[in-house]
Ligand binder design. Structure first.
Ligand SMILES: C[S@@+](CC[C@H](N)C(=O)[O-])C[C@H]1O[C@@H](n2cnc3c(N)ncnc32)[C@H](O)[C@@H]1O
Length: 253
């Protein structure tokens, strides 16, 4: 599964940067803003993608070592192009589901945005991220929960897609953070408006440059055509604005 996901995000990287990164910027800002006091040590960014977290993290913690980790070599290439002028900031290819033991107990913060919902063992990943924190270190995780919105393209897509990701882990998230040795400070659902030129534009971005690219690789072109037809039939015409809710969990070790 990791190979398919990595290939999907390799292929999606340029489109993801152009379409989703500007739209997701308010949640990246919220994840970074949630990290206030931190001890000495590096800042780790699991599932960094093209690394939009880098600029706000460097602005907030100048001079820190900031390391992004992502499964996709294509994403990591783009990430390293973004941070090439930032000393001490780099991205590496790796599986953030279980961090290298070398990070254990060392990090000032672990900040992750919109990666957790893609990791099959999400609770195991979160425990590993807490384990990487130094005493006093901060965890700030933003992910898309199952219920992002009642009405909008994400909700419509969820109602149409025949295969959805396994979400039984969601109610156990706070317990996983606590059992790994951190204290939860905040559990919030930040919502921001997002706009799409029309349903067609959204579908193209979601299936080519977004989270549906992996299922498109697995299930093929016919599958994509079927989902597209169902989606466009049910979608409103013209400009489409919605206000999806993510989940932001902040904790201190
Ligand atoms: C939606 S993108 C988010 C990227 C970035 N954090 C942002 O906010 O724009 C999700 C990223 O998670 C990465 N990813 C998914 N599973 C992963 C894993 N197990 N380890 C590392 N990266 C993973 C994907 O390759 C993809 O680049």
């Amino acid at each position: 599964m990791n190979e398919v996901l990595a290939r999907a995000w390799d292929e999606a990287a340029d489109g993801y940067e152009a379409y989703f990164v500007p739209r997701f910027a308010p949640w990246v800002a919220a994840a970074v803003a949630a990290v206030d006091e931190v001890p000495a040590g590096p800042v780790l960014v699991p599932c960094c993608g093209t690394f939009p977290e880098a600029d706000p993290l460097v602005a907030r913690f100048p001079g820190r070592e900031v390391v992004g980790i992502d499964l996709s070599a294509g994403m990591v290439r783009r990430a390293n192009a973004r941070v090439s002028g930032m000393p001490g900031v780099r991205a590496v290819v790796g599986d953030a589901a279980a961090l290298d033991p070398g990070w254990e107990g060392r990090c000032a913060a672990v900040v992750s945005v919109f990666g957790l919902q893609q990791i099959p063992d999400a609770l195991g990943a979160v425990r590993s991220w807490v384990g990487a924190l130094a005493p006093g270190g901060r965890l700030s995780v933003v992910y898309w929960p199952e219920d992002t919105e009642e009405d909008g393209p994400f909700a419509l897509m969820r109602s149409i897609l025949p295969v959805r990701s396994e979400r039984s882990w969601e109610p156990g998230l706070l317990d996983a953070v606590a059992s790994a040795g951190a204290t939860v400070i905040r559990d919030e659902h930040p919502a921001f408006p997002m706009e799409h030129a029309d349903a067609e534009t959204f579908f193209h971005a979601f299936s080519c440059s977004g989270p549906m690219r992996a299922s498109a690789l697995v299930h093929g072109e016919e599958f994509v055509a079927r989902v597209r037809a169902d989606f466009l039939r049910a979608a409103p015409s013209g400009r489409w604005t919605h206000t999806p809710r993510a989940r932001l969990v902040t904790a201190v070790r």
